[in-house]
Ligand binder design. Structure first.
Ligand code: NOJ
Length: 912
């Protein structure tokens, strides 16, 4: 029997998907419009349910559509404002274009929202074209809370929370038969009665007591004029999401999914309930803000139209999506774009900007489950140093604690953690320890004692502290949805409280879906009770984010708000980009999983979760030396770069690899460290301009349809195209270089490839095909040391790749790398340009003056050798030596030693 519930195991899904069509009328005549909000009564046609429909217009162009019960028996859950949604998002006054009893048209910039009263539908057009339609398939359905007597009675008395009913402990999955659902899709339709599971439901014999009965919501949203939809991280799916008609809908219910299968629509550890639809003409976004179990069906319909009238006029493809959630308010956000950059900005306005991590977070992380003791850690450090392999962080997994009691140390293994951390810190290395949300049920453990006394644990439906099993055995779970619990948790990270910690110690939050062994979906039972009486069912998907948020606060508070925290979390939700990094959990040592890393990480970046990565080598299983090497080469170009492997796996640190592989891995790590100035600049620009750090090709080439499904390569910023080797024994890879007018310079050979074409690129074990886009300037570090901190003041080299017009530009951002001083202007931001034989460095902000210099420049794509180059700085001129390679068309301006923070120009001179 499946460990994870399928859609047909969920009674709310069955009712939403296969229940009778319900009709609703929007009473437009009774609409109340005030400033940026329009409120309209929405009634079910049989008179049973009264709802309130609200439209909210925002200054950034987004339209929010909320549906709640008018007079609920019990309030519906919505995530408190400020936790996922930013507080005080600026509204925009509604303009009414037309209003009658049967329809109304509201305007926001060049978007129009038209609402039809009966049956209720809404459409949004941008620049005259319909792009969204809501409820054109009549899937809109809200199950209002009702008294139990209303429906079939099922007696829950006598049940133990989350325990099996003896009679049905061996019950099988409901029998399924093939039949068409109401949208004509071929999902397997269950034969179980639709009114089964309304007031009590069990899976594998574990009972969900459902004291409040059914409360699900569902609606269809059509993206009109689109064939490509991206989003709904985190899934092991393709970049451009496929139809789900022949598979299962996509499940959003954060789960501990060990060794997940590639191509599965089942949930992984975190999720963002949002998608981006893209066409050559326009990009739009949509978020379904709901934290309960959610299923999304996708059906792509090419060249049909949404209504008879439009069909004759305008035949367009469309993507139909059907969203179904178990509980909560229906809360939808329509983002009009029109460009990908506008979507990233609109989404960040709603859910927050991704924050600039400390520089060390972008270095290489050395992890495994476990480094056993202090001697082990010191030996890994020494052996990496011996092999001249830089790393920034070494990680300690659960066994470093005293019996999985987090915030403690196993004294025998780590007798003096502070001394260890301080010794490593002298070489610029940091330590990360794991701190999970399950608290060992042990009255002698202070967190358990205090949590019990203060009533901080999640309760079962009878009001007792919920007990379940995780690494320490019987455990309780802190309720991070309670702000007071978050403060309590945060206070545990103070240097006084967390014995053995220092400011160089950072945190890893794992198992925070939360993972509970033996339960359905390996998580908390749905009838567990949280702060303010909300059920776990209502807020499951946001639980992990709250833990990361509380940990972030803890690390912030311990430095009195001065130092940037680093927290890695396994679970996440929309908005997690504000609290730190995520990784893709327990992946597998296979070539498929290596390939999968690209669509998974690109999708996370589309929703601001930039600092993300995979376990290098695969968590589960043993990679061959070749697979491991290729994984390093891929991950060196992905945002969060950490090797990690499961307990008992063969040691796989770089220095244990055969010489040829070790050398290739070393070079990959060097490539990462050389590029740190570029990575760091991109993370700064992600915070300021909301641009993803790694990008699918279509983001940079939005008109080029050929790029829309490309997922075997990715861009870092706008300047680097990375096409890693992801097959065994490869002798070459086929690389698609986008953009007909673009030039792409192989970073190893400097040779240019033409854009708009496929190229066969030869590879050896050492080679990762990486190309610099013509027209860009990339800063790189000139030499490698043992950690990013030691390299801070080392010189920078500029790599200038000219476009077909002979021009290029780029930026460089530098600050102290660890504090929040940059927020008060203490940073350096430079703009470099190459135009008409003149290279210029413009200083946009220079309140931070690092020691480093620019000491070299490589200019590729130079058709002619200049006779001389003159550097002008503070009105002093210096002649620079130059060398030119006519074969590679590369000009080198060596050893300039210009302080990095000073403006300068270089004039290239030619004989006239
Ligand atoms: C599960 C995590 O996914 C994995 O990375 C970690 O090593 C183990 N838990 C043990 O903490």
């Amino acid at each position: 029997m499946a460990k994870f519930r399928t859609c047909n195991d969920a009674s709310f899904f069955r009712r939403q998907k296969y229940g009778l069509v319900l009709k609703y009328t929007a009473c437009i005549g009774d609409a109340e419009i005030e400033d940026n909000v329009a409120k309209i009564p929405l009634n079910r046609d049989d008179g049973s349910d009264k709802l309130i429909l609200q439209f909210r217009f925002y200054k950034n162009g987004a339209i929010r559509v909320t549906v709640d019960e008018a007079q609920p028996l019990r309030p519906r859950y919505s995530i408190p404002e400020g936790d996922v949604l930013e507080k005080n998002i600026e509204g925009y006054r509604i303009t009414v274009v037309k209003q009658s009893a049967s329809a109304m048209i509201l305007k926001l910039y060049d978007s129009e929202l038209s609402v039809v009263s009966q049956p209720f539908t809404a459409k949004i057009s941008c620049a005259g074209q319909t792009v969204f339609s809501l409820n054109s398939y009549n899937f809109f359905r809200i199950e209002c809370y009702r008294k139990k007597s209303y429906m079939s009675q099922q007696n829950v008395t006598g049940l133990q929370p989350g325990k099996r009913k003896a009679s049905d402990s061996t019950e099988d999955e409901p029998p399924l038969k093939k039949s068409k659902s109401k949208d004509g899709s071929k999902n397997l339709k269950p034969t179980v009665e639709l009114n089964q599971g309304l007031w009590e439901e069990d899976y594998q014999g574990v009972v969900d007591s459902k004291p409040y009965g059914p409360s699900s919501i569902g609606a269809d949203v059509v993206f009109v004029g689109f064939q490509h939809l991206y989003g709904l991280p985190e899934h092991a799916l393709r970049l451009s999401l496929d139809n789900t008609e022949m598979s299962s809908p996509i499940k959003l219910y954060n789960a501990d999914h060990y060794g997940y299968a590639v191509g599965s629509t089942m949930s992984l550890y975190g999720n963002v309930p949002a998608v981006i639809a893209h066409s050559p003409d326009i990009t739009v976004g949509f978020m379904w803000l709901n934290a309960s179990e959610t299923w999304v069906s996708i059906s792509k319909e090419t060249w049909v139209s949404i209504s008879k009238q439009e069909k004759t006029r305008n035949e367009r493809p469309q993507v139909m999506t059907h969203w179904v959630s178990e509980s909560g308010v229906m809360d939808m956000f329509f983002m009009p774009g029109p460009s990908p950059w506008d979507i990233f900005k609109q989404y960040a306005d709603l859910t927050g900007k991704s924050t600039l991590p400390p520089l060390f977070a972008l270095g290489y992380h050395q992890c495994r489950w476990n480094y056993d003791d202090e001697a082990d850690v010191r030996s890994v450090d020494a052996r990496l140093e011996e092999q001249q392999i830089p790393y920034d962080v070494i990680w300690l997994d659960i066994e470093h604690t005293d019996g999985k009691r987090y915030f403690t140390w196993d004294k025998a293994k780590f007798p003096d953690p502070k001394a260890l951390i301080n010794d490593l810190a002298r070489k610029g290395h940091k330590v990360v320890t794991i701190v999970d949300p399950h608290i060992k049920k042990d009255p002698d453990y202070y967190i358990f004692r205090e949590g019990t006394e203060k009533g901080y644990f999640i309760k079962d439906f009878t009001g007792k502290d919920c007990v379940g099993e995780c690494w320490p055995g019987d455990s309780c779970w802190l309720d991070y949805t309670n702000p007071e619990v978050r403060d309590y948790w945060a206070s545990q990270f103070s240097l006084e409280k967390y014995q053995g910690s220092t400011l160089q110690l950072h945190i890893w939050n794992d198992m925070n879906e939360p993972s509970i062994f033996g339960n359905p979906d390996t998580t908390m039972t749905k009838d567990a009770v949280h702060y303010k009486g909300w059920e776990h069912r209502d807020l499951h998907n946001v639980y992990g984010m709250y833990q990361q948020m509380a940990t972030y606060k803890g690390l912030l508070d311990r430095s009195s708000g001065k130092e940037r925290p680093f927290v890695l979390s396994r679970s996440f939700f929309a908005g997690s980009q504000r609290w730190g990094a995520v990784w893709t959990g327990d992946n597998v040592a296979s070539w498929e999983h290596l390939k999968l890393s690209m669509p998974m990480l690109m999708t996370l970046n589309l929703f601001g979760i930039n600092l993300c990565g995979t376990d290098v080598g695969g968590f589960e299983g043993e990679p061959t030396a070749e697979l491991l090497t290729r994984w390093y080469q891929t991950a060196a170009y992905q945002p969060f770069f950490r090797e990690h492997s499961t307990k008992g796996s063969k040691r796989r640190e770089p220095y244990l690899q055969p010489p040829e592989h070790l050398e290739a891995i070393r070079q990959a790590i060097y490539a990462r460290y050389r590029l740190l100035p570029y990575w760091y600049t991109l993370f700064y620009e992600a915070e300021i301009h909301c641009r993803p750090v790694i990008r699918p090709l279509w983001v940079e080439f939005p008109k080029e349809e050929q790029t829309f499904t490309v997922e075997d390569c990715f861009m870092i910023g706008n300047a680097l195209l990375v096409h890693p080797v992801t097959t065994a024994a490869a002798k070459s890879v086929e690389v698609y270089c986008p953009g007909e007018k673009e030039l792409w310079y192989d970073v190893d050979s400097n040779l240019a490839l033409n854009g708009g074409q496929r190229h066969e690129v030869a590879v050896t074990l050492k080679k990762t095909p990486v190309f610099q886009r013509g027209g860009t300037i990339i800063p790189r570090k000139a030499k490698i040391q043992l950690s990013s901190e030691l390299m801070k003041d080392d010189p920078v080299i500029l790599y200038i790749g000219l476009d077909s017009q002979g021009a290029a530009c780029g930026t460089l951002y530098i600050d102290d790398g660890h504090s929040f001083d940059y927020k008060s202007g203490n940073y350096l931001y430079l703009e470099y340009s190459f135009k008409e034989d003149r290279i210029e460095c413009r200083v946009n902000s220079c309140n931070y003056k690092p020691q480093s210099s620019v000491n070299k420049m490589y200019i590729v794509g130079m058709e002619k050798r200049p006779v001389s180059a003159t550097l002008v700085q503070e009105s002093a001129s210096t002649e620079l030596q130059l060398t030119y390679n006519s074969g590679t068309k590369c000009l080198t301006l060596p050893v300039m030693e210009v302080p990095v923070w000073k403006p300068w120009t270089i004039q290239l001179n030619y004989n006239s």
